[in-house]
Design a protein around this ligand. Structure first.
Ligand code: DX5
Ligand code: ZN
Length: 230
């Protein structure tokens, strides 16, 4: 990963890509301007949906030239951290709600050589984040309940991001937003203090590996709206 900065970064979620063509889809979104690639891992237990595990993450790693941002929606997390680190994750985010020992989990992620991300559900407050601030590189504020792409943005999270931005101060911690990001919602979060914007359906809509230009137009529209709100 490059050095820390708060510029707007667009992180397409491959949850909305063609699952039979991950390699080509990743090369297409990076060629069209993606800054990071967001990889959603779901276990059918912590969230009501299943996606894929470490072997798939390892298989797509060589196709990613930017940052592989792995969002673990799984419980328990700890038994799988080394496998995702060995698969080549740059950032691993675990959920605050995934178990009783998030502090241990975050230690293990950094111990495995990855940047540590803390993901928080829409229903969770920031009180439990305070004592974790010095051991994380990113907070992922969920703006939908995790489990599915294409859901509606939850506006109550705007105030959460403003409060979080103040809590972070000048620490080098990214604020990532995940769920329902479009050119309409991205500016709300950029203004509140977010810098990494995950978008699945809003990036992939209208395009394909044969016709990737819409991916670029979608990424540029989200970025322009967010930057204008800064
Ligand atoms: C939701 C996932 C998101 C999702 C975002 O559980 O964590 O990353 O793919 O998809 P959109 O942008 O369609 O809401
Ligand atoms: Zn995600």
């Amino acid at each position: 990963m490059t050095s820390f900065d708060r510029s707007i970064k667009i992180a397409p979620s491959i949850l909305s890509a063609d699952f039979a063509n991950f390699g080509q889809e990743i090369r297409a979104i990076e060629a069209q301007g993606a800054d990071w690639v967001h990889v959603d891992v779901m276990d059918g237990h912590f969230v009501p949906n299943l996606t894929f595990g470490p072997p798939l993450v390892k298989a797509i790693r060589p196709h990613i030239k930017t940052v592989m941002d792995v969002h673990l929606m799984i419980s328990p997390v700890d038994p799988y951290i080394d496998a995702f680190a060995e698969a080549g994750a740059d950032v691993i985010s675990a959920h605050l709600e995934a178990g009783p020992h998030i502090h241990r989990t975050l230690q293990a992620i950094r111990g495995a050589g990855c940047k540590a991300g803390l993901a928080i559900n829409p229903g969770s407050g920031l009180d439990d984040v305070e004592y974790l601030l010095d051991m994380i590189d990113l907070v992922c504020v969920m703006t939908v309940n995790p489990g599915f792409g294409g859901q509606k943005f939850i506006h109550s999270q705007i105030d959460k991001v403003k409060t979080l931005r103040a809590m972070i101060g000048d620490r080098p911690i990214h604020i990532e937003i995940d769920g329902g990001i479009t050119p309409e919602t991205a500016p709300l979060m950029a203004a509140a203090g977010a810098d990494v914007l995950v978008a699945g359906s809003a990036v992939f809509k209208g395009g394909s590996v044969e016709n990737p230009a819409p991916y670029g137009a979608n990424i540029r529209a989200i970025r322009a709206a967010a930057e204008a709100a800064r």
